[in-house]
Design a protein. Structure first.
Length: 335
């Protein structure tokens, strides 16, 4: 079905003809001497989200009867776009809401209505109860990864735009929740955002080791390391990085970290190192790992900054544990 053309003038009932106005061919009434303008119709849509699920309605009427779409409808004369959005949402879903922000604007030609302009808004529920309204057979929340095929391509575009805009935020939320629970990381084997940076550290461990080696063999806080065999120091650095990576990857647990660094503390005492310089040497490992990662150049988006902050937190947890157990091992060997 195509949108019907005018045949007769609504004012004088005379027959309408086509006539150019400038370079545009328009419908024209020669009796009334007026042109008729067909402008795109404004359509509003709502993206209502709860726990990464979007409200979708099944259409009761044509066009696309029985198909799924966002809560959508035409703005009325004298009605603002925002009010039209909230009215249509309530009529179709029973939900009262407020506008959060504009997500997408799209223009299209519909076989039934002609030219349309879709304005899609993210909204937040403020009241009401989810129930299929007068224009809907059903209404339900769909997970963002399982959205059904939507009747209107503009709806699909708006949903894709919304999801794309949320991906970094969701990734940060997921990653942050994992950093609070080490057991969850091991049990579910989920990846953290900063795991990408761990890979960078592992691939460049020899370069970072060289930087650490220059520092630890000249730094005033580590005099016992100045004349120590550099190859042995280099290998020790690689061991620490290996332990760090295994712990972050869930291969080692807190007991593995404890046992390894207790033994390390005992060994360093037997080798004649002062406890202060053993701890200082470990701090220098942390320093050079962090400085190298900072210099790697990934400061393009908010998520990049978050990755660095997340990595810093994970480094702090690991090296604090390592330092504590080194001291315990050193003290045990001294008793």
């Amino acid at each position: 079905m195509k949108k019907k053309k005018r045949i007769f003038c609504p004012y004088c009932s005379g027959k309408i003809i086509n006539k150019k106005e400038g370079n545009v061919l328009r419908e024209y009434c020669p009796v009334c001497n007026i042109f008729f303008y067909d402008n795109p119709l404004p359509v509003v849509s709502s993206i209502l989200v709860k726990e990464r699920k979007i409200v979708i309605v099944k259409r009761l009427n044509n066009p696309y009867k029985g198909k799924w779409c966002l809560p959508s409808g035409f703005a009325e004369i004298g009605e603002s776009i925002e009010k039209a959005t909230l009215r249509e949402l309530e009529e179709e879903t029973g939900v009262k809401a407020r506008i959060i922000k504009l997500i997408d604007v799209d223009s299209c030609n519909n076989y039934f209505y002609g030219d349309l302009i879709f304005l899609s808004f993210e909204v937040e529920q403020t009241g009401g109860k989810l129930v299929a309204g007068d224009d809907a057979i059903a209404v339900k929340y769909f997970p963002v990864e399982k959205i059904p095929k939507l009747a209107f391509t503009s709806n699909t575009k708006a949903v894709e735009t919304y999801i794309k805009g949320k991906l970094d935020y969701w990734a940060i939320v997921d990653s942050f929740s994992l950093t609070l629970d080490e057991k969850k990381i091991r049990d579910k084997k989920k990846n953290l955002l900063s795991d990408r940076l761990i890979e960078v550290i592992e691939k460049n461990s020899e370069l970072i080791a060289d930087l650490w080696l220059r520092d630890v063999t000249t730094n005033k806080s580590t005099p016992g390391y100045h004349q120590f065999n550099k190859q042995s120091l280099f290998e020790r650095f690689q061991v620490v990085i290996s332990q760090y990576s295994k712990w972050l990857g869930g291969v080692y647990d807190k007991y593995d970290v404890r046992n390894f660094y207790i033994q390390l503390g005992e060994k360093r005492r037997k080798e004649g190192f002062a406890l202060s310089e053993v701890i200082s040497s470990l701090s220098l490992v942390r320093k050079h790992v962090w400085e190298f990662t900072l210099s790697y150049g990934i400061w393009h988006k908010t998520i990049d900054i978050y990755m660095m902050l997340e990595l810093e937190r994970r480094m702090m947890l690991f090296f604090d544990k390592a330092s504590y157990w080194i001291i315990k091992g050193y003290e045990t060997g001294n008793s």
